[in-house]
Design a protein around this ligand. Sequence first.
Ligand SMILES: [Cu+2]
Length: 95
Amino acid sequence: MSESEQTTTGAATNNSPGSTVATYTVSGMTCGHCVNAVSTEIGTLPGVTGVDVDLPSGAVTVTSATPLAKGDVAAAVDEAGYELVGPENDAGPGR
Ligand SMILES: [Cu+2]
């Protein structure tokens, strides 16, 4: 019985198994304060473990323990005072 060497690759990312990463697009953010407001609001959603915002593109990458309902993310973004505009493959009824 020889134990095979476990080469844990040096990536120090703390990704727990079963975590979900989803990217959304938020419009209206213009500065670090906006980024902070959006991250904070999304961070209050249950299961969210990380929020990463790219200000120039408005891309918001959310890491969570379980998949989030887009409506919940949209509500959080709205709460922060901005608008969730993507992903556009949202088959909801038009406004
Ligand atoms: Cu701002």
